[in-house]
Ligand binder design. Structure first.
Ligand SMILES: NC(=O)c1ccc[n+]([C@@H]2O[C@H](COP(=O)([O-])OP(=O)(O)OC[C@H]3O[C@@H](n4cnc5c(N)ncnc54)[C@H](O)[C@@H]3O)[C@@H](O)[C@H]2O)c1
Length: 332
């Protein structure tokens, strides 16, 4: 790692310069890091991103790992290639921040965890909602006892996503499934962060022709119910085919209820005696900027990772059990 202005400049590469690749590029820029190298299966995408953010464009990640002397990468490709790219990076001594879902099968997730263990390199799954300041604030309220004993959890993510029907998002071989693996990977991780480990899970999924688009090859809507080892219950709802957009997380405790509304970006708490919810102040911050800041600090050895390969493996295991619970064989 080179030194610039007294701070270690981490040599970062980006693998996959599509939608979320651009989000990572902005997050590194907001952390005053320009990429050293970028790669995309479509060379023009890497070249366009390099024009805008700097760095050497590549057409093959193996070549990039061999030549660019990288400390760290963000893996921002579709999920079916997360394993091969992450394992190759770890074996080349490169730390990995990998977009969710970690993989499309449990076997692939465990192979990455094994590679992280045997190389001693950092692998962090991109479970970005842990870095959402409002979610962190809910965790602080729980830790301070302000909600009482958390008994129930509800997270709904619903919106219209026309891209699903004509992209890899609805190709089970690339995505590993539909909205259950794509979106509930976030809600499962937030449940584990706020409430505890998942002991039991069930799911129901569906896809039908709708005015928002035709039935898909994967589920467009999914609900999951979970129970924690401490007996708290969670309901997780997600749909690519409901309007208006709604992203809302609620933790129900014995003393109070806390709700994060991602549309208004507000955290509201209401206790048993309160006639109205009160808005709780939350520090400003973008979850991707904060996720990347933490990843960089871990690569520099300044912080210990809040998320490791184990968290990615655990989320994939729960999601695979959710698919199995309704008798549909997807992924693992
Ligand atoms: N954290 C979040 O909130 C969030 C949001 C959106 C997407 N994602 C995740 O990010 C990942 C990418 O999603 P996206 O929306 O950016 O998809 P996208 O299709 O917009 O971009 C993916 C890019 O990866 C490139 N690519 C594919 N295979 C490659 C390979 N072998 N080597 C190099 N490049 C390759 C594609 O050409 C494309 O440019 C997925 O895992 C997705 O689930 C996460």
């Amino acid at each position: 790692m080179a030194h610039a202005n007294g701070q270690q400049a981490v040599r970062v590469g980006i693998v996959g310069c599509g939608g979320i690749g651009r989000t990572h590029l902005r997050a590194y820029r907001n952390n005053r890091i320009a990429p050293v190298a970028l790669v995309d299966a479509v060379p023009a995408s890497a070249e366009a991103a390099a024009q805008e953010y700097g760095g050497q464009p590549y057409g093959d990640y193996r070549e990039m790992f061999a030549q660019a002397n990288l400390d760290a990468i963000s893996v921002c490709t579709p999920p079916n290639v997360h394993r091969e790219i992450s394992v190759a990076a770890l074996e080349a001594g490169i730390a990995v921040l990998c977009e969710k879902p970690m993989t499309t099968t449990l076997e692939d997730a465990e192979a990455i965890e094994q590679a992280a263990e045997s190389t001693g390199r950092l692998f962090m799954p991109g479970h970005c909602h842990r870095f959402q300041p409002h979610v962190e604030r809910v965790r602080q309220l729980i830790d301070a006892g302000e909600l009482g004993l958390p008994r129930m959890f509800r997270f709904r993510i619903g919106f219209s996503f026309p891209k699903a029907q004509n992209s890899w998002f609805s190709d089970p071989d690339i995505a590993g499934g539909g909205i259950l693996i794509d979106t509930h990977v976030h809600t499962v991780d937030v449940f584990r962060y706020l409430i505890g480990e998942v002991e039991q899970v069930t799911a129901l999924t569906s896809t039908v022709d709708t005015p928002l688009g035709p039935a898909l090859r994967v589920e467009d809507s999914a609900i999951m119910t979970v129970r924690s080892t401490e007996g708290a219950l969670g309901v997780m709802e997600a749909s690519w085919r409901t309007q208006p957009p709604e992203v809302q997380l609620t933790v129900y405790g014995t003393a109070a209820r806390a709700t994060v509304d991602y549309r208004s970006m507000q955290l509201r708490v209401q206790g048993a005696e309160d006639s109205e919810p009160r808005v709780v102040e939350v520090e400003e911050g973008n979850r991707f900027d904060r996720e990347v800041a933490h990843f960089l600090a871990c690569v520099r050895g300044e912080q210990s990772p809040r998320l490791t390969a184990r968290d990615g493996v655990t989320a994939i295991r729960i999601l695979m059990e959710a698919y199995r619970s309704q008798g549909v064989a997807v992924g693992g």
